[in-house]
Design a protein around this ligand. Structure first.
Ligand code: AMP
Length: 369
């Protein structure tokens, strides 16, 4: 392992809440931060230097890169060209190739398939005829998605009939699409892994995720009723991705559980919302471990501390005093203006006794309503 730099200056593309929590994890280690984001006053920019410019402003990227020891990103729709431009000036982790794989759902699913990681059946769609033959492959129901720039369930349509297919095509057909078989999964899970510059790899326990309207609402960690075989299956798939990409940093893979097995839905080459529980609920958080990895430091233990439920605060913020008065609740606010559908913060509820977590969570949800 190369000698780690003391008090490294870490450059982060994107200055949202993920960047803010990275900085909060890095300050105790003496790290310094500089962010790059087109939106002024972003959550991370409220606590560290932020360069405000579009991601294709190469002059601004050049001055951003000056003096950085390492660069990373906290937003997976950062243009790959910006990451590549930086990588000619300073080490960039995770490798920009991870960005290009994850930015296009068709490339991503093809990548998973290429490493024998099972996925829902899928096919690329560029014309109405291709949509019809894709339906022959996946059968109905199926999910039509834009290949790029989809997040939190945006740019998706569930097709039940051939008529739905025609309607969805009219609405979405002007851009490259992917059709996936609709999976009647038992539950959604995610695996978070971290790989160091020296190849050392650790995994957090699988997390159970609950979405509504395509947005993550609740994560339970470790996932209830987690078998060692399911954890091993997830770790095996994550290892293939990490090794194939010579990955450094935290990687998240979102999975569907069907029977006793897993299908890969998508990956995020960054710290992830389903890992926020690790701040209080694991020995080392995903944010600390991402920074340790990219700065060439030893990784920290990913062992869970008790049982956690992470609730996203979406659209509105509850009375902080009520949350803080609730035993075991940890409040995080991101410094964002309330707006419908916007992730404004989260609460992690941690207990040592798994049998009371559900009851405590129900009470907390009632209190913050
Ligand atoms: P995504 O943007 O691909 O993560 O999709 C958002 C959410 O839509 C997922 O978390 C699932 O709840 C649901 N979803 C996506 N793809 C499928 C699929 N092939 N089958 C069933 N549900 C899906």
């Amino acid at each position: 392992m190369p000698n780690p730099i003391r008090n490294p200056l870490v450059g982060v593309l994107g200055a949202g809440q993920l960047g803010r929590m990275l900085a909060l994890a890095g300050y105790p280690l003496g790290m310094r931060f500089r962010f790059f984001d087109p939106t002024p006053g972003s959550p991370a920019g409220q606590m560290a230097e932020q360069i405000v410019a579009p991601y294709d402003d190469y002059k601004a990227l050049e001055s951003f890169s000056q003096g950085l020891d390492v660069a990373t990103y906290e937003f997976e729709n950062v243009p790959v060209e910006a990451a590549l431009f930086l990588s000619q000036r300073v080490p960039v982790y995770p490798p920009p190739q991870a960005l290009s794989v994850s930015q296009d759902r068709l490339t991503e699913k093809g990548f998973f398939a290429g490493y024998d990681i099972p996925t829902p059946p899928f096919a690329g769609v560029n014309t109405l005829d291709e949509l019809k033959s894709a339906i022959d492959k996946t059968s109905l129901p199926a999910v039509l998605k834009t290949r790029r720039f989809g997040y939190d369930g945006k740019g998706q349509s569930v097709l039940h009939t051939m008529e739905d297919a025609e309607t969805a095509w009219q609405a979405m057909g002007s851009q490259p699409l992917i059709l996936e078989g609709f999976i009647p999964f038992q539950r959604e899970l995610s695996i978070l892994a971290v790989r160091g510059i020296d190849g050392a790899t650790l995994f957090y326990p699988l997390v159970e995720n609950h979405h509504r309207d395509g947005i993550l609402r609740l994560s339970l960690a470790p996932a209830p009723n987690l078998s060692t075989s399911l954890q091993a299956e997830a770790e095996g798939y994550a290892s293939r991705v990490l090794n194939a990409l010579h990955y450094v940093g935290v990687l998240a893979i979102e999975l569907f559980q069907v029977g006793g097995h897993l299908l890969a839905n998508e990956m995020a080459p960054r710290v992830h919302n389903s890992g926020h529980w690790t701040i209080e609920g694991a020995e080392s958080s995903q944010f600390a471990n991402h920074l340790r990895a990219i700065c060439g430091l030893p990784l920290g233990s990913t062992a869970p501390l008790g049982y956690s439920a992470m609730l996203n605060l979406i659209g509105t913020i509850p009375d902080p005093a009520r949350v803080l008065a609730f035993e075991g609740a940890h409040l995080h606010l991101y410094g964002k203006e309330p707006r419908p559908g916007r992730k404004l913060g989260h609460i992690t509820l941690r207990t040592d006794d798994p049998s009371i977590l559900g009851e405590r969570l129900a009470l907390l949800q009632k209190i913050i309503k």
